[in-house]
Unconditional design. Sequence first.
Lengths: 176, 73
Amino acid sequence: MSRASREAIADTSFLVDWAKYSKRDVLLKLFEVVYVPESVLRELKLPPAIDWVADCLASDAFALFTETPELEEEARRLMAMSRGKPLKRIDYPEAVCLAAGLKYGYVVLTENGGAYFAPRVLGLSVTVWRAFEVIVEAWRRGLVESLAEELKRYEEETLHLFRRRDWDYAWGLTRS
Amino acid sequence: MGSDEILEWEEEARRLRRERADWEFIEKLPPKLKAALKYYIETGDFRVAQQIAGLDFEDFRELLRRAKVPIVL
């Protein structure tokens, strides 16, 4: 994970939940910029997500990402590829993030199952992180103290649950 | 990642959604919202469930929170 790009692109599912996390600003220390597609911004309407994203756009920590016709075409190709595969289908806003990640090398931030599994199932060369990977990376860089406490805090504040396999991975990291 | 691993992940996620959901709350909802939540609990497909509910993304996410249905990924 440490070799990932310093630029990311986030979808709605990631931003809506991450904005509820009390240590949400660690994201701004991990990436030089986080792009927010116009199609994602259109879906945000409630605090805390809309307020936090607006603040981050104002401070240039986030940047608006405008979809080009070529990128939209690539996004629709990815959506078509996902149908008939053993994963949740990819929908438009998530597909835009994957297409941008493929084209520009951005880390894709998502909590969408289809988008998360797409690189492995569809063989895409793109890095996709959930909140889990973001928190692990923040811990590796010393931005949070206790990995287990932060994962638990994220679960409680956002009503997420990490999988048993993720917890096993986290325990393995902290013991090594 | 093979199909088996994805199926295992799906099954664990479905079990957690079923176990944690506030079924009493869900059963009292209007039919459209109840159907959408039940669909989400069984499939984890947020976008289709959102369409069944006829809600915007964030409104459906809030409904999941009120129904204590976790996101498992």
